[in-house]
Write a protein that binds this ligand. Sequence first.
Ligand code: SAH
Length: 230
Amino acid sequence: MRVAIVSAMREELAAVLSDIEHGTAEQVAGREFWRGRLHGHEVVAVQARIGKVAAAATATVLAERYQVDVILFTGVAGGLAEGVCRGDVVVASEFLQHDMDASPLFPRFEAPLYGRARFPTDPHWSERLAQAARQALPQAGLHRGLVISGDRFVASAADSRALRDALPDALAVEMEGAAFAQVCLDYGLPYAAVRTVSDRADDTAHGDFQRFIEETASRHSAAIVRALLG
Ligand code: SAH
C-alpha cells in the first residue's frame, strides 16, 4: 500500500515532511516528490502548489509515475456555511468546481462531458480521516459534506455570500480539491481530503489566513496524518 500525502502550500506540508523517515526527494514536473516511511507506511509526499491546474498535474504524476494506491489531501480552507469556524475541521464527502460554467451548453457547475458537477471522495478513507481528525484535534468542530474549489482566493463577504446563495450546502471553499477528485475519478484512485478552516472567506480572510498558516496549519496536518497512519 503506497499512500500519497499532498498539500498545496509548503506551510501545510512542512511538519508531515519532517516526520518522514529515510526520505529521498525526486524532482518531477518541477515538484519535489518525497518518498519514505511515515508511521510505518510507504508514502509519497508532495507540495502540489496552488490552484486546480497545479493540483491536476500533481495528481497525474502520482497516479502514473508513483502508482499510489490512495491520495490524501491535507490543508486549509475558507469556511462558508454558517457554523464552520476558524480552527474547525472539514472532511469532504464531495467536491465541485464553483468557477466551472459552460452554460448554456451544460448546466452551471457541470464538468463538461462528465455528466456531473459533484465528484465524490472515497467513503472509507474519508471516514478514517474524520476519525483521525477527531482523535488529533478533539476540541475542534468537525464537519462533513460538500467542499468547493476554484481558481480564486475568496476574500470578501460579498463573494462568499454569492457562493453560499448558489451552493447552499457548501461547507468550505479552497483551490485544489475538486481537481484532485476529478483526476482520481479518471484513474479510479481513492481520494480523501481534510481541511482545517483558516479563515471565513470574508473581508478579513487574508490576515486570518496568513496567521493561521504560519501558526497552525502545519501542526494540524501533521497531527491528523499521525493519528491516521500511526
Ligand atoms: N500564499 C498566498 C495564496 C494562498 S491561496 C497568500 O499568501 O495569499 C490560499 C490557499 O489556501 C489555497 O491553497 C486554498 O486551497 C486555501 N484557501 C484557504 N482559504 C481560502 C479561501 N478563502 N479561498 C480560497 N482558497 C482558500
